[in-house]
Design a binder for this molecule. Structure first.
Ligand code: 5GP
Ligand code: ZN
Length: 110
């Protein structure tokens, strides 16, 4: 999608510092971390949100969780606090489906 923020990051038109990248998935730190470790794990295919998923996306979703699992180990979070979060509705600000990996304590918001 031309004017999608995450598609622009995937196309490297907006810089990010990927911590994982494959043909189908990219993961990079959130620009405004809500926890000590805050990564975004994103399919390269543009899918707006949960309502746009089909059964054909099953393999990609499994890959997303495998990448999350790999990053949990890489960041030594296995035995620590971590959360995987998908925002939707008014809580979702970027309309390109993504998984938040939040590791360690959540930062306090005002
Ligand atoms: P959402 O609210 O849609 O679930 O999450 C979108 C996330 O994208 C937010 O946590 C926000 O901080 C992050 N974000 C927005 N713009 C950028 C950007 O240009 N680069 C990076 N790395 N993260 C971004
Ligand atoms: Zn997109």
């Amino acid at each position: 999608m031309n004017d999608c923020l995450f598609c622009k990051i995937i196309r490297k038109e907006i810089p990010s510092k990927p911590v994982f990248e494959s043909g189908t998935i990219i993961a990079f730190p959130d620009i405004n971390p809500a926890a000590e470790i805050h990564l975004l794990i994103i399919p390269k295919k543009h899918i707006g949100g949960m309502k746009d998923l089909t059964l054909n996306d099953g393999k990609m979703l499994a890959e997303i969780y495998q990448v999350a699992n790999k990053l949990v180990s890489q960041y030594n979070l296995d035995d620590k606090l971590y959360r995987l979060v998908v925002n939707g509705g008014l809580a979702q600000h970027v309309p390109h489906i993504h998984l938040h990996l939040l590791g360690g304590k959540l930062k306090k918001t005002a």
